[in-house]
Design a protein around this ligand. Sequence first.
Ligand code: NAD
Ligand code: UD1
Length: 351
Amino acid sequence: MRKTTLITGGTGYIGTHTALALINAGHNVLVLDNLCNSYRESIVRLERLTHTRVDFINGDVRDSILVDDVFRRYDIDAVVHFASLKSVEESVRRPLDYYANNFAGTLNLCATMARNDVFNLVFSSSATVYGDPTRIPIAEDFGTGKPVNPYGRTKLMIEELLTDLCNSDPRWNIALLRYFNPIGAHESGMIGEDPKGRPNNLLPCLTQVATGRIPELTVYGCDYPTVDGTCVRDYIHVVDLANGHLKALQVLQHRSGINFWNLGTGVGYSVLQIIHSFEDVTGITIPYRFAPRRLGDIAKCWADPSKAGRELGWSAQRGLEQMIIDTWRWQSCNPQGYQTSFEIPAPIEAK
Ligand code: NAD
Ligand code: UD1
């Protein structure tokens, strides 16, 4: 039986792009997802892109009988764990769901891995674990801060759980990947971000304004101590992010214990810079209005990605213009997301 990489949450935004990167690099992948924030169609698109059958199990990482059965049926040697709820705003209203899904889900996954002698794990963490940093760019050795919402706290708790696990048993090889702000989509326009429900993140909101689904963009805060008063973030192309997982899996083959890596570009852009770049690339004017600061937002956040450069041999390759071209290609080819019947896209040139 061929060694398999299990991807939990693999029909989601980052999971689909990572599955593609892994398949293209010769991995045999198995996707486990309960589809609570994604669509089965992403597997169909992956199969069309790779000309390969992609094994998919519609199931929940908290279901220990099902997950145990998955480990018995497949020869799994590594897990990339994306399955998580990720809305900050929802986590404030429904903390129990977030702790149960994200924390208890990871607990069950790790217990099942250990029972089945699988000890290689790549985990989706977030820059949110740094809280409000006192210095930027943020390096891994700053240590973690205080995340300001339940979603962020589940990520920090899981990081601590996984660190304890590595300290307790030298067989564990774990990568904690701290993502900055993933945007963009695969250049084919066939896979991209399609969350269920109302989006809260900047790019999904911006593209909804561009397509006329919402009349104007709300820009939260214009009085931050930044270049133009709006918040600055480190936006990273999802394909670069996906490649970071491939590198982490390779490095875990000969590196044990707990490992922390920032996945960001090292460059920050303000909300207004993003809006103006989007307008330049697409030729579409984005109406926006300023509103008060959003609770929990920090002024500036970007990565020092040099540790990932040194230790993983990874760095982001795609700039902001590419991120916006690819976001817009995905959005315009798939106005209803994965519920759109797919047409081969015409090339989009920057204006
Ligand atoms: P996503 O919602 O698109 O993907 C998560 C997937 O997990 C979804 O397909 C969902 O259906 C699935 N899922 C959720 N709970 C599950 C469960 N109990 N069992 C099985 N499947 C389950 O999100 P994404 O943007 O692809 O994020 C992937 C991971 O990266 C998440 O852990 C998220 O917290 C983390 N992350 C994301 C960002 C971001 O901006 N997108 C930033 C930092 C970290
Ligand atoms: C948010 C979460 C973070 C999570 C990440 C990915 C908060 C405080 N942080 O990061 O924990 O890991 O998403 O899910 O929610 N903006 C607008 N108008 C909008 C939407 C956003 O002005 O309609 C601004 C925000 O105020 C922020 C920037 O755009 O300054 C980026 O926002 P967003 O995409 O939500 O990412 P983060 O807040 O950085």
